[in-house]
Design a protein around this ligand. Structure first.
Ligand code: BTN
Length: 341
């Protein structure tokens, strides 16, 4: 049986079109009193972090329309091949983390092709223990579970393949200047548009399961983004009017990620490396690598066939794997001071 939605969420659905709705109409729609609507609505906007306008004598409206996630729409937008790879689609209002849910579901034998989305995450996880800012209804928080016969060590570089899948979807939508920063940052004009967090578990000799989690900024309020410690951007700014709806975009990303995860199992990383190079932000750059306490500066020397990063440093060639490091472009050298400075 389908669980009954909380009243607050039902009210938000009614207001999602961004139009003004009278208290009386909302009360009729949900068979409540107007006072009940007032109370539930104010609690909902606070809980969901939304901004509500009360227009005297007219009613209520959200400060911006929302396209809420709708499983039927997402299924309708999937390609036939995507639909055949998809085993389950879970769309949640609020959960801790879509990655956390799928890692737990994997232990409980959820099949490859299980996909989890959320309107909001209370404990969205970023790389290296960071929090992923996950406000309600505006961005995409999407995780995909896949299973492999090999152990985790056999999946080296899979995060690069997943990044290529996401960047290609965005490029096909008309986004130019999209780049990937090793191992799994999505950038637009050097500002962070999204990121991937891959989590894997399994037996050394196989089998293993992998969860690919994607966070993509579609419409992020500067207030909500205060916790982000680097320049960021959302798709609304990067694509303007051409930005697709959330459900259509979710379907395109699910299609691409399912295809890529299946293909990686058949052919490995090699066929993705050329495409990676096309999106590679670090080409010909000097970079800084934080390896534990050490800060290493070097010239980026591309990616190894197993997905490791290669860096030419003063001490020779260094190879780094994604779990261990944080990477930044080295600051440009200071301009030489002129004689009259
Ligand atoms: C990064 O630090 O750049 C990776 C961020 C990954 C965030 C996504 S949001 C969906 C999925 N669930 C999580 O808890 N994290 C990932």
């Amino acid at each position: 049986m389908k669980p009954v939605e909380p009243t607050g969420l039902q009210l938000i659905r009614l207001l999602a079109d961004g139009d003004c709705h009278s208290g009386a109409a909302l009360a009729r729609g949900l068979r409540m009193t107007r006072a009940g609507v007032w109370k539930a609505l104010h609690k909902a906007v606070e809980d969901y972090g939304l901004a509500l306008e009360s227009i005297p004598g007219q009613g209520y409206r959200l400060n911006a329309p929302l396209e809420l996630l709708d499983p039927a729409l997402i299924l309708g937008y999937l390609s036939a091949a995507g639909a055949s790879r998809l085993a389950r689609l879970q769309v949640n209002d609020l959960i801790d983390s879509t990655n956390e849910r799928l890692m737990a579901a994997a232990i409980a034998r959820a099949p490859a092709g299980t996909v989890c989305l959320a309107e909001r995450q209370s404990a969205g996880r970023g790389r290296r223990g960071r929090v992923w800012v996950s406000p309600f209804g505006a961005n995409l928080y999407l995780s995909v579970l896949w299973r492999y016969p090999v152990g985790p060590a056999g999946l080296g570089g899979i995060s690069l393949a997943a990044g290529v899948a996401v960047a290609t979807v965005l490029q096909r939508l008309g986004l130019t200047d999209i780049a990937l920063k090793w191992p799994n940052d999505l950038l637009w004009r050097r500002r962070k548009l999204g990121g991937l967090l891959l989590e894997v578990a399994g037996e050394t000799q196989g089998p293993s399961h992998l969860v690919v989690g994607l966070g993509l900024n579609l419409r992020l309020d500067p207030d909500q983004a205060q916790g982000i410690d680097q320049p960021w951007v959302d798709l609304r700014e990067a694509l303007g009017q051409a930005a697709p709806g959330r459900n259509r975009l979710a379907a395109a990303l699910i299609d691409a990620l399912l295809e890529t995860l299946e293909r990686f199992g058949q052919v490995g990383l090699a066929p993705f490396l050329d495409e990676w190079t096309r999106f590679d932000l670090l080409r010909d750059q000097q970079v800084q690598l934080q390896l534990g306490e050490r800060l290493i500066v070097g010239d980026y020397a591309g990616i190894d066939p197993d997905g490791a990063l290669r860096l030419n440093t003063a001490d020779g060639l260094l190879r780094a794997h994604s779990g261990e490091v944080s990477l930044r472009l080295a600051p440009p050298p200071e301009a030489p001071r002129s004689a009259d400075e």
